[in-house]
Design a protein around this ligand. Structure first.
Ligand code: PEP
Ligand code: MG
Length: 587
């Protein structure tokens, strides 16, 4: 039995068998084949090399076309290695002489080269060691199947364990089969964690050496509430967790009763509770959880769930599906926010040196106008069928917003010329995710129709803490007074220009932080749909005056820890632990 702690990023508990996602990077055991099967193994190896060559040629050509000659070179180099007899012959010899599987021979031969290069110390050789590892996992994935293919073939429920899971891998999980996941790396607000919440499956990240501990097929418990993963649990532990599962189910049922009650503070201030979604189908559950609309639709998941670029029709279908499911409630379409930890196939193959500060979000869209226009066209067409707002991510200066507006106007003109209907008054807003946008909120306030504070990134960029890195999670703190001061700047500008301000970062669903947000003047909170009932219960338990008093004090404290402790203390006085459940309005 091994008990490993990590960061609890998606609630609930699951008990099941391990599915090891990254077998291509792990040790491939030495497995013998019969004499009669050696030729078949050699054929499998040749087929895997041919498939790898085809794949690399495709990536090299796309990289060349979209990014230029230099980034494409590395794939040319990998292709060269696949033509090198000195590298491939020893693999064939090992299959023939030792009668082992092709995947083991690839693993063993490439591993030997990798170790040789790595031991030479010089960076030029270490890079070659990385190339060897990359190439070996590419060939092995053609031999044993890509993780996505192996997952698609899975015919039973399982818990995925991996070193890391990308948001696009997580987005492809079928929650009927994948009942939970846990990873060695990752942070609280990483997009992989966000996807787990969207799928409604428990997840724990940042579990350090978990993937070494949990081998394929072992029994595992993932406790997404406490951030614990238990590998090979004892029987009494399984029993205890089964009891907990039942209690959790009953609690969720009682929370659902909140959905129909108004989200109003005790002194009558309405707080609009909205949903963050990644997949159109989630729009169906919005009203069920008591959301008044979608405050953030992360449309880049259309790219992350598909191997080819979505067409205008794909976008249009997704938006109209949301509109239909929302039955008149508003939909905020956040334009594609790719880059950083959300990567397309090509971005994954050609990594940027510093992706969080690179060609991401609105920069990426303004750099690829045909792609951007295609999305705007689809959203504008859909706006003829229901209330849609457009929101631009990671805007750092007014120029970018004005450029977006001008592209929207171009697309409108084009639609008009073709007699295609759209909402001419579609509201255009910006996300405040970097300090420059918050500090200049007053300037933006003259131009935009609304603001949405994205604390996931605002915290990352204000405190210089990677939101996906478990090693610095102790520094990732939305309660930092610097973050609070920036949010205050935005609500002040919002009030001055009469432009609504929402918050759609993950911390909006944290009770203590939501109180701070309300106290700072935020009147719209957009969160994972399943968090809405708890948040509504909170809103209905406080007065705005109480929230304002807490926020006024917090903003002038010295540190995030002082703020967190003060808020916790004050909130517990207003809503003693356990008692908040009673504050349900009888009417
Ligand atoms: C944010 O940064 O707070 C946000 C909501 O956007 P995302 O999490 O998709 O980066
Ligand atoms: Mg963001």
């Amino acid at each position: 039995m091994a008990r490993i702690t990590g960061l609890a990023v998606s609630g609930g508990v699951a008990i099941g068998r391990v599915f090891a996602l990254d077998q291509t990077r792990q040790r491939i055991p030495r497995r013998h084949v019969s004499h009669a099967k050696v030729d078949k193994e050699l054929e499998r190896f040749d087929a895997a090399i041919a498939a790898s060559i085809e794949e690399l040629e495709d990536v090299r050509d796309r990289a060349h076309e979209e990014l230029g000659a230099e980034p494409a070179k590395v794939f040319g180099f990998h292709l060269g290695m696949l033509a090198d007899k000195a590298l491939l012959e020893p693999v064939r010899a090992m299959v023939r002489d030792d009668r082992v599987t092709a995947e083991h021979a690839v693993y063993a031969v490439f591993r030997e080269w990798e170790n040789k290069f790595a031991s030479m110390g010089d960076t030029a050789f270490t890079t070659k060691a990385d190339d060897m590892r990359d190439l070996s996992s590419r060939i092995i994935s053609h031999l044993i199947g890509k993780p996505a293919d192996r997952l698609a073939k899975l015919d039973h429920q399982a818990v995925v364990i991996a070193t890391d899971i990308t948001p696009s891998q997580a987005a492809a999980f079928d929650p009927e089969k994948i009942i939970a996941f846990a990873t060695d790396t990752g942070g609280m607000t990483s997009h992989t964690a966000i996807v787990a919440r969207a799928l409604g499956i428990p997840a724990v990240v940042g579990c350090k050496e978990l993937s070494d501990e949990a081998s394929a097929g072992s029994m595992v418990i993932v406790d997404g509430d406490r951030g614990i993963v238990i590998v090979d649990p004892e029987d009494d532990e399984i029993e205890q967790y089964q009891g907990y599962l039942e209690q959790y189910r009953l609690e969720q049922l009682s929370l659902r009763e909140m959905a129909q009650l108004p989200a109003e503070t005790l002194d009558g201030t309405h707080i609009e509770l909205l949903a963050n979604i990644e997949f159109p189908i989630e729009a169906a559950t919005c009203a069920e959880f008591g959301a008044e609309g979608v405050g953030l639709y992360r449309t880049e998941f259309l790219y992350l769930t598909s191997v080819k670029e979505p067409t205008e029709e794909d976008h249009y279908q997704s938006y109209t599906q949301c509109i239909e499911l929302l039955k008149g409630l508003p939909l905020t379409v956040r334009t594609v926010d790719l880059g950083s930890d959300k990567l397309t196939q090509l971005q994954m193959e050609v990594p940027e040196r510093n992706p969080a500060l690179g060609l991401r979000s609105i920069r990426y869209c303004l750099n690829r106008l045909p792609m951007f226009k295609l999305q705007l066209r689809a959203a504008l067409r859909a706006s003829a069928h229901g209330p849609i707002k457009l929101m631009f991510p990671m805007v750092t200066n007014l120029r970018e917003f004005l450029a977006c507006r001008s592209v929207v106007n171009d697309v409108k003109e084009d639609l008009h010329e073709h007699g295609i209907a759209y909402d001419n008054d579609i509201p255009l807003g910006v996300m405040v995710e970097v300090p420059s946008a918050a500090l200049q909120a007053d300037v933006f306030g003259r131009e935009v129709d609304f603001f949405s504070v994205g604390t996931n990134d605002l915290v990352q960029y204000t405190l210089a803490v990677d939101r996906t890195n478990e090693r610095v999670q102790n520094l990732y703190s939305p309660h930092h007074p610097a973050v609070l001061k920036l949010i205050k700047q935005v609500t002040k500008a919002g009030n001055r220009h009469e432009k609504p301000v929402s918050c759609c970062g993950e911390s909006a669903s944290d009770a203590d932080f939501a109180i701070l947000l309300m106290g700072l003047g935020v009147r719209k909170l957009s969160v994972t749909p399943s968090s809405i009932p708890l948040l509504k219960r909170l809103v209905r338990s406080v007065t705005i005056e109480q929230c304002e008093k807490i926020a006024r004090k917090a903003i002038w404290l010295d540190s995030d820890t002082e703020v967190a402790a003060m808020v916790r203390d004050r909130v517990r006085k207003i809503i003693p632990e356990g008692e908040d459940a009673e504050v349900i309005d009888p009417d």
